[in-house]
Design a protein around this ligand. Structure first.
Ligand code: ZN
Length: 588
């Protein structure tokens, strides 16, 4: 499986405790035999997320997420399966042998690039600090008021004014040309010669939340353009997927339950050294969906703090929709004209800076404020323009009470009738698709039948002793739910071969089919609360048998009618015989 031998995956799974791993990411609370938590995968106030130490699975009754420890780490860390296994293997002390094949190559490319980045960071850092190197870089750091401890914490460095400083350093360390090119740190010219990408620049390593260096950002020390250059996208770095400073800020973001989003490196570093540590920087772009999802792991509250210029304003407005679609609570803090977070905190100190954040405007007020400056709300065209900008935003707010409150306020501000605005809003075409498909209510009979199937499959997953009687009475095809049927097939198969199979292992047998993995976890979680398991087991077998007979009887009735209509008397007689046998078995 994906380059890592099956028995190694088994070893990692067996030596890993799901409770221990999950509790590293989210606080778990003991509840009976299991553990409970607020689900990290959907927004909720009361915990519906559970972890079963006995079965080594997790399941959320709210959003349906579920699986074993691999699924959890993959989902939480957004990792691929091989990466996840490697990660957990390291924690569990299992060695993964080097194998050939594309996946192994890919994994090692990722490792190689990370280690090249690590070496490059050390090179840049040494250059900033060494006396032999440029004094201009140290002067710049001093002039910007960045303290040595911040330089150390964020591993800020300096790329010397040389075409091959880093190149030679990395070659001395044994790095191959191919890898150097893939790291994005060196560029190949037309003659095929390599040279350093970053020259005479201050360097800011960009890491993930665990501190692994993904790429680098750089800034010139004078007023030349471009001010900022970043690493190009590489195998391990994608500009829109990372947030600068998350490694240093995530704990504060979680503790304060709010993240302040700024644009540039210094906009983050200066407030950070003044004690405002729940800050991340987007690296000069509007927030991307990936970045929003990263933040959502730690908080639902976002305060956008962009420069008080038109570019900053536009970046903020563009981010708003995305944040609302992800159901985050958004506020916008406004800096006085001509200020950025760096200059503001320097001039006014951290208390006033905090005050600025506390006074952040709700997104409605912020956006309407901008629009009122741009359009004349006394004129009809102005009103129409403002309404057409605001209504799509309001239509994205899922909370109905909040939404109608905003409509009312918009109506008051523009002196437009609320009902008219509502009518206009109903015309707004959603330019995005809802992530949650509405669940269509099942027919009572179907719902009952699905529940019986769920309970039986869940009990069989819970304990082998429940498999034999089901195997004796029912066939796989008697399970109508496709996911459950596939699970039952595997359970029957291993039962026939007298193989013991844990739910956690079964989940891996289904590979990366997220739906079936979540289904297995759901079945176990459902059965966990059954009071009388033995009775439920017997009842559900009987119930499915009866349903099966009823279905057969109905099918026969239809066939008899068809045969009668076509005048096939022999067939009618045959079918009626069959029918009477079936009727005998059905308890009515
Ligand atoms: Zn959930």
């Amino acid at each position: 499986m994906a380059g890592i031998p099956e028995h190694i995956i088994d070893q990692v799974r067996e030596r890993t405790d799901i409770v221990e791993v999950v509790s590293k990411y989210i606080p778990l609370k003991k509840a009976g035999r299991n553990y409970k938590a607020v689900c990290p995968f959907h927004h909720e106030k009361t915990p519906s997320f559970m972890v079963s130490p006995a079965k080594q699975i997790f399941h959320c009754f709210g959003c349906g997420a579920g699986g074993n420890v691999f699924n959890f780490v993959m989902k939480y860390e957004r990792l691929e399966f091989p990466e996840t296994v490697r990660d957990l293997a390291k924690r569990a002390g299992v060695d993964i042998p080097v194998t050939s094949g594309q996946s192994a190559e890919k994994a090692s490319l990722s490792e190689t690039l990370h280690s090249i980045n690590e070496m490059a960071m050390q090179f840049y850092q040494k250059n900033l600090l060494s006396k032999a190197s440029s004094t201009a870089s140290r002067e710049y750091i001093q002039k910007r008021g960045i303290q040595p401890k911040i330089v150390e914490e964020f591993k800020i460095g300096y790329a010397p004014k040389s075409w091959s400083g880093l190149l030679e350093f990395l070659k001395d360390k044994g790095c191959k040309d191919d890898h150097l090119e893939k790291s994005g740190l060196v560029i190949k010219n037309r003659e095929g010669r390599f040279f350093d990408r970053f020259r005479d620049k201050i360097i800011f390593p960009i890491t993930d939340s665990k501190g692994k260096i993904k790429g680098f950002g750089s800034r010139v020390m004078d007023s030349s353009m471009p001010k900022y250059t970043n690493s190009p996208d590489t195998f391990i770095y994608n500009k829109g997927n990372h947030l600068y400073g998350l490694k240093q800020s995530w704990e504060d973001i979680r503790d304060k339950n709010a993240a302040v989003v700024v644009e540039g490196y210094l906009d983050l570093l200066t407030p950070f050294q003044h004690g405002i540590k729940n800050v991340v920087a987007t690296l000069g772009t509007a927030l991307t969906l990936e970045q929003v999802k990263l933040l959502k792991r730690f908080t639902d509250n976002i305060i956008i703090l962009y420069d008080a210029d038109a570019a900053g304003e536009n970046a903020a407005v563009r981010s708003l929709d995305l944040l609302i679609e992800e159901e985050l609570k958004v506020k916008v803090a406004q800096l006085p004209k001509g200020e950025d977070p760096d200059s503001y905190v320097k001039k006014h100190g951290s208390d006033l800076f905090r005050e600025l954040l506390d006074n952040a405007q709700d997104l409605f007020d912020y956006k309407i404020g901008i629009l009122l400056k741009r359009f004349d709300s006394n004129k009809l065209e102005g009103k129409a323009k403002i309404a057409s900008e605001m209504l799509p935003l309001i239509s994205k707010i899922r909370n109905a009470i909040l939404q109608s409150g905003y409509i009312k306020r918009l109506g008051d501000l523009l002196s437009i009738d609320e009902a008219d605005l509502k009518k206009e809003m109903s015309k707004v075409k959603p330019d995005y698709t809802y992530r949650y498909q509405p669940v269509s209510p099942l027919e009572p009979e179907t719902a009952k039948s699905r529940m019986a199937e769920k309970i039986l499959a869940g009990l069989m997953l819970e304990d082998d002793i429940f498999i034999g009687p089901v195997r004796g009475n029912l066939r796989c095809e008697d399970f109508q739910d496709i996911a459950i049927r596939q699970i039952v097939e595997k359970l029957f198969f291993s039962f026939d071969k007298s193989m013991k199979i844990t739910p956690s292992k079964l989940i891996d047998l289904f590979g990366r089919d997220e739906k079936i993995c979540a289904c297995i976890a759901e079945l176990i979680a459902t059965c966990d609360n059954l009071v009388d398991k033995k009775k439920s087991h017997v009842d559900c077998i009987e119930w499915i048998k009866e349903r099966k007979l009823k279905d057969e009887r109905k099918a026969l009735c239809d066939e008899i009618k068809a045969a009668q209509d076509s005048g096939d008397d022999a067939k009618v007689v045959d079918l009626v015989m069959k029918y009477s046998n079936v009727v005998k078995e059905v308890k009515v």
